[in-house]
Ligand binder design. Sequence first.
Ligand code: SF4
Length: 361
Amino acid sequence: MYMTTFANLFEKKILDREDIIMMLKAEGKERLFLFERALQVKLKEVGNKVYFRGLVEFSNICSKDCFYCGIRNSNNNVTRYYLTDDEILNAAKFCYENNYGSIVLQSGENCTTVFADRIENLLRKIKELSNNQLGITLSVGEQSEEVYRRWFNAGAHRYLLRIETTNRELYKKIHPEDHSFDERLRCIKSLQDIGYQTGTGVMIGLPFQTIEDLADDLLYMKQINIDMVGMGPYIEHTETPLYKYRDRLWSLNSRFDMSLKMIALLRILMKDINIAAATALQAIDPMGREKGVKVGANIIMPNITPGRYRNDYHLYQNKPCVDEEPENCVKCLDARIALSDSEIGYGEWGDSHHFFKRKES
Ligand code: SF4
């Protein structure tokens, strides 16, 4: 394709599926053009600030069995852990004192009443210890509407629930039969209705996945009017059923590059949402997250889980920074963000602009 034809695509008001597929296949100058345009859109629409969400992986106990995940219920080679309330509250205090602005509480899925009560209690305590100043995102899977509502009322205002792929057939291939695609969609809808800033995301480079599927994922996120997205490359884990398909995978570099293109295109399609530079990018390239920031991402989730637990929260392999303690991450991130010509929005929530427009409409 000639460069001029490619550049003309960006003048279109609405990009259709074919345009998106073409852009995801861009190489050479066209690929760089895509990245440059995405950065321009980001700077114009949401600015050059990167917002931190301190990530606490507070438990790797999960009732589900997703075929791609290293901490799936059936994997008996994992040391299961649960942070104590004090450990979680200390992590929240660390976030607050280091001006991170927001915290993310993430764990495997657990739908018991004890779990729901515990989270509700923790949310109130985190609000209290931070004088209501710490923003809170939850990422603890599918729950009933009532539980989502209780947590919202207790202070959580963002929720991340990744769909992983919007192709129903592919979803079935990467999950056991009792994991329902429709239930996942119901949960996302329910989170939006309750009033959460709602996030989702997909894996990029799954076995059986095509570029067309990825284009559909982008269009789907636009169609459901999502406020935030966290997406990154699929990285195989030896102790999972999907590992047997490793021969069919794109190279790690291709998955990485496609993830950058997905971020760039999403920024162009949904100009004012929040996009996280996923840690999985860094698992492939030490500067992966910073590269994500340069093509459209504006959120980074530094891991503040106490170091001794990090080795047991492996959704995928080669996870970065598993030997670090939270204190070591602060300076490292400052330097890294500066390298990507961005500024850190210390002490700010950095909420999704899209969310407020969605509420108004
Ligand atoms: S992806 Fe999430 S829900 Fe699925 S097994 Fe892993 S932790 Fe559990």
